[in-house]
Design a protein around this ligand. Structure first.
Ligand code: PGA
Length: 239
């Protein structure tokens, strides 16, 4: 399957960050390798700018969240249609930071994923267990329930990102064997052709190993996607 390397910038980035993308393009020798998909999900304020500036550079732009409705009285929210209109092709939904900070349930995440598909975006649906859940041996039960509750029922395209909560921004990663086991578990629960990304402390030093695990079809990269050198190295590590 064609790997997808996605950068999740979270609440980081200003208009001056255009220079970081220019640097990234330079590091990739002026052309992005075309045997892999590259995605950058900046904060919503930068989607239009990045889409306009970099639409011909061979990578896609995505959002980090969307509202389930197309429009209406929802102050501060952004719809999937608005993201698409600004030039996004993907949107992350159900990231653990949103599940934790905004109380998003599986049901809410599914509604957002369906909204993304309605607007012509590909949702990247995030799942993953906490440290306590893994210590209790419940990781598959938790991830299985998140998948069952968050994946849209229709035929639309989607991507899954397996992100153990305890691996996000901590420098910790599961063992290669644990990643392989969880990805095989997820693979068996999704349609053929659905890519399953790994996320959580992916960096240049572990990217090649993680991206070569069976059933790992790419990475969702947080911190390391903010630095052009690191993100370029992770993009190159995808085979
Ligand atoms: P991290 O974040 O790479 O900084 O661990 C990953 C994510 O939250 O998507």
């Amino acid at each position: 399957m064609r790997p997808l390397i996605a950068g999740n910038w979270k609440m980081n980035g200003l208009s001056s960050s255009v220079r970081e993308i220019e640097k990234l393009i330079g590091l990739l020798s002026g052309s992005v390798p075309d045997d892999r998909d590259i995605l950058i999900c900046p904060p919503a304020t930068l989607i239009g700018l990045f889409a306009t500036e970099f639409s011909d550079e061979g990578f896609a732009i995505g959002g980090q969240d969307c509202h389930a409705k197309a429009s209406g009285p929802h102050t501060g929210d952004i719809s999937a249609e608005m993201l698409a209109d600004a030039g996004a092709a993907f949107v992350i939904v159900g990231h653990s930071e949103r599940r934790a900070d905004h109380g998003e349930t599986d049901e809410a995440v599914r509604a957002k994923a369906e909204a993304a598909q309605r607007a012509g975006l590909v949702p990247i649906i995030c799942v993953g267990e906490t440290e306590a859940q893994r210590k209790a041996g419940k990781e598959k039960e938790i991830v299985g329930a998140q998948l069952a509750g968050s994946i849209p029922s229709g035929e639309g395209d989607y991507v899954i990102a397996y992100e153990p909560v305890w691996a996000i921004g901590t420098g910790l990663t599961p063992t290669t064997r644990d990643i392989a086991e969880m990805h095989a578990f997820i693979r068996a629960k999704v349609r053929d052709g659905v890519r399953v990304l790994y996320g959580g402390s992916v960096k240049p030093s572990n990217a090649e190993e993680i991206l070569s695990i069976v059933n790992v079809h790419g990475a969702l990269v947080g911190g390391a996607s903010l630095k052009a050198e690191d993100f370029a190295a992770i993009i190159r590590a995808a085979k």
